[in-house]
Design a protein around this ligand. Structure first.
Ligand SMILES: *Cc1c(COP(=O)(O)O)cnc(C)c1O
Length: 449
């Protein structure tokens, strides 16, 4: 590796980063993360902090899982790549599909289509949804419904169903025929509705109205995150997803659960939808599927959808996929990661540590007026909305947010900023002492504001 001076000198010179301004990078160069152990990351200056972001909601097993590392190294020796397109496959691809399908059998999942990440998985689900209706003789069902504040990755399909203006404006026009419902966001919503169950009902009524207006026979699918992640950790009322499931069923609309963050234990159960007692027709996943040791995603297919494709004529062929679909090294990582996830029963620690983190942040909210809303309570996903005035709920300015972030980092925890929200999703193997460290660091961070 080049020396530190080289790295610092060339930082932000040649590299354009996702979600960053290339013209701003020289003035505000990114932190250089050099190494990691367990749930702790260390930067180039030797400063170590608890990674309360879990990489990017993805390092579920922490950074030191030797089983996953060994599985990857072993597979590299045996077979670093073979095509996953129809005509050939590999032992790890077969094993990984078996493991993933078994992992989600309780959710009605029967088939697995591997991708290279979450955006790919969302794209695959959207496409399969359209094809499903075409195969069933309803080719007019092409539109998509989704939620404002939702995040579904950055491909054109995913960006089109995305519910955040930031990811849209520069790239419009997006896919036609995408319609967005109000988010189940109790702290702010156009109805000024402060009761989560009543808000859920209003949104479902809105959906009913939109479907009547569009014509149910034009709508292919509704996509939602069971708990909205990047949009600020928005936890819907327990009634919301079941009501939407029922609405979809009544109108012949497929339900896609985007479980890219919520899958594999983060919420304290193996999927987010299980909290709400919902089985989706299609499920997108990624992140925790390999705990980020290798870029892999998957579109998961229920028996209901699989049956239509598998019994169809020539039109049932899937003319979609990725060079790295079912990459053997990625597949080996999936197999090892799922075995470790089950062995460590990460969902149970996620639930316990998630409660500790959520309750700790609620205590901080009593101490600091800048905390407008605390969201979480389901595993290791916690969002803190920061305001400059609790009465008007005016969002905190970017400069103050950066100051909180920096002070928290210096005090021992890496958190993530999403607009004026602090987002946290530590590794699912995080310890009680490490969560205490995160809470103490946040305390220092808020004191700096
Ligand atoms: C991260 C994320 C995606 C996109 O995944 P990438 O691997 O970044 O393409 C899609 N949906 C949700 C809910 C996500 O959190």
């Amino acid at each position: 590796m080049k020396d530190e001076n080289f790295l610092k000198e060339n930082n932000a010179r040649h590299l354009w980063q996702p979600m960053g301004h290339p013209g701003d990078a020289q003035a505000n160069p990114p932190r250089i993360i050099k190494s990691a152990r367990g749930s702790t990351i260390t930067d180039i200056d030797g400063h170590s902090v608890v990674d309360a972001v879990g990489g990017l909601w993805c390092v579920n097993l922490g950074y030191s899982n030797d089983k996953v590392k060994q599985a990857i190294a072993d597979q590299l020796q045996v077979l670093p790549y073979a095509s996953g397109f129809a005509g050939s496959t590999t032992p790890p691809a077969i094993e990984a599909a078996y493991a993933v399908q078994a992992f989600f059998a309780e959710d009605g999942i029967e088939r697995v289509f591997f991708t290279s990440g979450g955006s790919d998985s969302v794209e695959t689900c959207l496409r399969l949804a359209r094809q499903y209706h075409r195969l069933r003789g309803e080719p007019t069902r092409t539109k998509f419904l989704s939620l404002k504040k939702g995040y579904h990755g950055t491909h054109f399909g995913g960006a089109s169903v995305n519910g955040n203006i930031r990811f849209r404006t520069a790239y419009e026009p997006l896919l036609p025929g995408c319609f967005h419902l109000t988010a189940p966001y109790t702290y702010r919503n156009p109805f000024d509705e402060t009761d989560p169950a009543r808000l859920a009902q209003k949104i479902v009524q809105m959906a009913e109205d939109e479907i009547a207006f569009q014509g149910a026979n034009t709508i292919a699918a509704f996509i939602m995150e069971p708990i909205l992640g990047a949009g600020g950790v928005i936890v819907p009322d327990a009634s919301f997803m079941p009501l939407m499931r029922d609405l979809c069923d009544r109108h012949g609309i497929l339900m896609i659960a985007d479980e890219v963050i919520t899958g594999f234990g983060r919420t304290g159960d193996w999927t987010g939808a299980r909290h709400w007692g919902v089985k989706p027709d299609l499920m997108s996943c990624a992140k925790g599927i390999t705990s980020a040791y290798f870029p892999v995603g998957a579109a998961l297919i229920s028996g209901k959808v699989a049956e239509v494709f598998e019994s169809a004529g020539a039109d049932g062929a899937i003319w979609h996929g990725y060079t790295y679909s079912a990459h053997p090294v990625g597949a080996a990582a999936v197999v090892a990661c799922l075995a470790e996830t089950l062995r460590l029963d990460t969902k149970t620690n996620a639930a316990a540590r998630g409660t500790q983190l959520y309750e700790g942040v609620c205590r901080l909210a009593e101490k600091y007026d800048v905390i407008g809303d605390v969201r979480g309570g389901h595993g290791l996903m916690v969002g803190i909305e920061i305001v400059s005035d609790r009465a008007t709920k005016a969002p905190m300015d970017a400069q103050t947010m950066t100051r909180i972030h920096q002070a928290t980092y210096e005090a021992g925890a890496m958190v993530r900023l999403g607009m004026h929200n602090i987002l946290m999703s530590p590794p699912l193997v995080v310890t009680e002492a490490e969560i205490d460290q995160v809470l103490a660091a946040l305390d220092t961070g808020f004191a700096a504001a």
